[in-house]
Every structure is written in C-alpha cells, then in structure tokens.
Design a protein around this ligand. Sequence first.
Ligand code: HEM
Length: 133
Amino acid sequence: MMHRNNQLGCNLSALMNLFEKYGGVPTVSRIVSRFYREVLERPTLRPYFEGVDMARLISHQVKFISHVLGPPASVYEGRTLELAHGGLRITGAAFAEVAGILRATLVEAGMVPEDVDTVMGAVARARTAIVES
Ligand code: HEM
C-alpha cells in the first residue's frame, strides 16, 4: 500500500487505524463535543470563535478532530489550514492551550499514551500553518 501523507504530514493509513481503533464516528463525536466545550469555556480562547457562526463552529469541531485522527482528512476538500486560520492572529499560547485541551480529552477518552503521542505529533506539525507570530 502506498504511504500517502495528509495535510498534516501524517501517514494516512496509520491514522485511519486510530480512527477505527477508537470506535469511529460515535467516539470521535463524543471526543469532539468534550474538547470543544472545554475550548469555549476558556476566556483566552473563546474570543477567537466569537464571530464565527454555529454551522462553521460545528464544522470546525468535526474537521479539527477528523484532521488529526485521519480518514475524513482524505476526503476533506475545504480550505488549507493556512487559509482557514489566516488573519485570526492565533498566538503560540492559544495554540498550546488548544493542544493541551485536546491531549487531556484524548487521555480522558481512554486513548493509550502511544496513540495520544501520534495525534499530538500531527497537531505539532500543523503549528506553523496556524500560529501567526
Ligand atoms: C492542529 C490544530 C488545528 C486544526 C487541525 C484546525 C482545523 C481547522 C479547520 C479544518 C478549519 C476550517 C473549517 C472550515 O473551513 O469549515 C478551521 C477553522 C477555524 N479554526 Fe482551527 N484548527 C486548529 C487549531 C486552531 C486554534 C488553535 C484555533 C484558535 C485558538 C482555531 C480557530 C479556528 C477558527 C476560529 C476557525 C474558523 C474560521 C472561519 O470559519 O472564519 N483553530 N480549523
């Protein structure tokens, strides 16, 4: 099988296994809602999402996790991460906070440490596309 990398520079087949391993859509949806609730509760992060309408917000929830877990990234035809985040002035601190919330959510959901590291590696590689210095 060919090893194609997705937008985050991840091996797609490896991540696809993760998506399936953790129960596919139902589990991912649960992870997404917990992750996002936490993000929106942070006064430091909430302002980034304030002008964004609900449909886009939900789309972001799903796409965020899909991107880092794998398969839907292969069918994702939206904007690049650079375009989606350009002009939002996302700071390194905000990025780190979001990444920390994601890590905690995955651990809480029962993901084993090795897989958490795989996901967080993908997140780390997306940093330069998202953070504006
Ligand atoms: C690895 C990290 C991240 C990934 C993979 C990711 C993924 C995405 C994707 C795929 C979109 C496009 C949604 C669409 O066009 O429908 C998006 C939009 C957005 N992201 Fe992220 N994101 C990440 C980090 C962040 C961070 C750290 C913030 C803010 C602190 C953020 C805030 C936003 C906002 C506000 C939008 C909506 C922009 C708009 O529609 O006007 N993202 N993100």
